[in-house]
Design a protein around this ligand. Sequence first.
Ligand SMILES: NC(=O)c1ccc[n+]([C@@H]2O[C@H](COP(=O)([O-])OP(=O)(O)OC[C@H]3O[C@@H](n4cnc5c(N)ncnc54)[C@H](OP(=O)(O)O)[C@@H]3O)[C@@H](O)[C@H]2O)c1
Length: 265
Amino acid sequence: MNKTTTTHKTALITGASSGIGKALSYQFAQDGYHLVLAARSMVKMQDLADDLQQRFNVLVTVIGADLQTNEGAARLHTDIKARGIVLSALVNNAGYGGFGEFKDTSLDSEMAMMQLNMNSIVVLTKLFLPDLLAMQGKILNTASTAAFQPGPFMAVYYATKSFVLSFSEAIASELEDTGVTVTALCPGPTASGFQDKAELGNSALVKGKKLPTAEEVAALGYRAMQDGRRVYIPGFMNWVMAQSMRITPRNLATKVVKTLTRPVV
Ligand SMILES: NC(=O)c1ccc[n+]([C@@H]2O[C@H](COP(=O)([O-])OP(=O)(O)OC[C@H]3O[C@@H](n4cnc5c(N)ncnc54)[C@H](OP(=O)(O)O)[C@@H]3O)[C@@H](O)[C@H]2O)c1
């Protein structure tokens, strides 16, 4: 594959221990980026780091970080700066969802989800922006096709992803003359650890469906980031759906998602 050579740059990838984040780490490493991997599962990340270092001859730093606490994101920044690392790319990818009627779902889990999916992205982007401005770097935020409309049965998750999309597009505009690009990657349902964690097994969204792999989504998302795309939706049908949601009356769009996401037996 013809890839851009980007030796000596360093990328931070959150949520690198599995799924899309793990697959993204291969994309960056293949292109010569040194990496900082951050998530909670140290053993998985250390195994990944060993493989990346061996295959691509890049430096990989593994940092255990819980980004669903108030202090977690700020501590990750402090830790990276203490190691003298300057970032050229920031990938805000860690996130999770939850399936169920809002009246039944766990408030604690939803508060933690909001902290992880939204607040940690704002904190890390704010704190690493000086690095990224100095390096004319890149920001890749993993949003979702959930960002384009409300999501009955995953109400809080869809709202967090709308936040990610709106925030990403706004700062992309502010930063347009600085050399820093911001890309919101908006995948549809993708095979990863996400479905189990969100207890989505009984949702029509994924039940019996063949989903694209995390590797396919990561490869497309990485290319979109390198091309400086502001919003990128992998998969033609996902793209059609997202565009149609933008012009569909809000009530109707919400009904469509309710049907597509409903619990099935
Ligand atoms: N899969 C899909 O269908 C889909 C579709 C659209 C968008 N997305 C988005 O894609 C992103 C990646 O998800 P995925 O599909 O790759 O799912 P995944 O396989 O479950 O990966 C989630 C990653 O987030 C990390 N994470 C979870 N809680 C964390 C915490 N408190 N602190 C730090 N890291 C944490 C996990 O690591 P640890 O557990 O080791 O901490 C893991 O590395 C998410 O933002 C998700 O919303 C997924």
